[in-house]
Design a protein around this ligand. Structure first.
Ligand code: PMP
Length: 379
């Protein structure tokens, strides 16, 4: 049965589970000064090397966290707090993940000014407008690498050229799907997530370029170079490392395979009348198909699909509790009813041709049935 909600949650790769298993039973605390502690420390440092290698960084530039949300908080709040003597203005794109938007709002309540960089109808940051928003006292700009909801990939190198302060890039959705090379991107801070590359949940990392200073948010015993207190989740970090090692070897072939499935799925869905693609038609993640079906509600489509064994999402799983139309879809200029009729199909490592065929067989009937019941649909 097709699980096409990889963006909300992905299974952990069996090879990752294998690598983690010994560390669930391992007693060593990485800070302990004895052989069990050294073993745990070595396992963490080995994982750090693997995560660093995937993004072309030095291992000393990787700080492990509890996930992308914490990494984003550390990047935005930690950087702003540490560097506030240089300015109190930050800029984030209008389609950032809610963990960035809310971190920015927190800063606003604490004496900072925040501006949102607008995006065009395809979700690309408008470079001219970004340039005009940046001020002399802007200390940080945050723009995601790719959007998990509409799939649009930003041209970070072009953005880097107009940003003359620190640049944070949330690479949660792009890692393992397209190239994430921190040297090419020119980013100072980069958010990484384990589960998005088939590692365990509850682990992530922040890349902090050498020389860039941030304040810790979690105060404790000085772990992670004093940037993240608390005893490390050794098994989780080992799993993230293994997932990064696999991703580095396999991501190109995997992306190619998914691109073919993605295109077949998109073409098939767009054959349904009054159905439109969200996001950029070319510069999009190889695993993302975001479409809107006119006249019907995303939630009813999700429930109908689930009854047929198909799982997808209406947008960010993290914001679906609010019932507000997605801020991403509003930022690309959709009307409320268009945003509400949107569905994201996200493919992953175990998606197959059969999954796509099954969805394309079921969806036209589901959409037609729901439209027949919709007061908006007059034929
Ligand atoms: N950034 C982006 C782009 C995301 O899609 C997500 C959600 N997967 C996050 C940050 C937050 O991730 P998490 O909920 O795992 O902390």
């Amino acid at each position: 049965m097709p699980y096409l909600d990889y963006v909300a949650g992905a299974p952990v790769d069996e090879r990752v589970v294998e690598a983690m298993l010994p560390y669930f039973k391992h007693p060593g605390n990485p800070s302990s000064v004895h052989s069990k502690g050294f073993e745990a420390r070595n396992a963490i440092e080995d994982a750090r090397t693997k995560v660093a290698s995937l993004i072309n960084a030095d291992s000393s530039e990787i700080v492990f966290t509890s996930g992308a949300t914490e990494s984003n908080n550390l990047a935005i709040i930690g950087y702003a707090m540490r560097n506030k003597n240089r300015g109190k203005h930050i800029v984030v794109s209008a389609i950032e993940h809610i963990s960035i938007i809310n971190a920015a709002k927190f800063l606003m309540k604490n004496g900072f000014e925040v501006d949102y960089a607008p995006v065009d109808g395809h979700g690309k940051v408008k470079l001219n407008e970004l340039e005009s928003i940046i001020r002399d006292d802007t200390i940080l700009v945050s723009v995601q690498h790719a959007n998990p909801e509409i799939g649009t990939i930003q041209n970070i190198e072009e953005i880097r050229d107009v940003v003359d302060c620190a640049l944070h890039v949330d690479a949660t959705a792009s890692l393992g799907k397209i190239e994430v090379d921190v040297q090419k991107l020119g980013a100072d801070l980069v958010t990484l997530s384990s589960n998005d590359i088939y590692g365990p949940r509850g682990v992530g990392a922040l890349y902090i370029r050498k020389g860039v200073r941030v304040n810790p948010l979690i105060l404790g015993g000085g772990q992670e170079r004093g940037l993240r207190g608390g005893t490390e989740s050794v098994a989780g970090i080992v799993g993230f490392g293994k997932a990064a090692e696999i991703a580095e070897k396999e991501w190109r072939d995997e992306a190619e395979r998914l691109r073919v499935l993605r295109d077949r799925l998109a073409e098939g869905l767009l054959r349904i009348e009054d159905t439109f693609l969200n996001g950029h038609p070319e510069d999009r993640l190889p695993n993302n198909v975001s479409v809107r079906f006119s006249y019907i509600e995303g939630e009813s489509i999700l429930l109908s699909m689930d009854m047929e064994g198909i799982q997808a999402s209406t947008g960010s799983a993290c914001t679906s509790k609010t019932l507000q139309p997605s801020h991403v879809l509003m930022a690309i200029g959709l009307k409320h009813e268009e945003a509400h009729g949107s569905v994201v199909f996200s493919l992953g490592r175990w998606s197959s041709e059969e999954d796509v065929s099954y969805v394309l067989e079921k969806l036209p009937g589901i959409v037609e049935r729901l439209r027949m019941m919709s007061p908006l649909y007059m034929k």
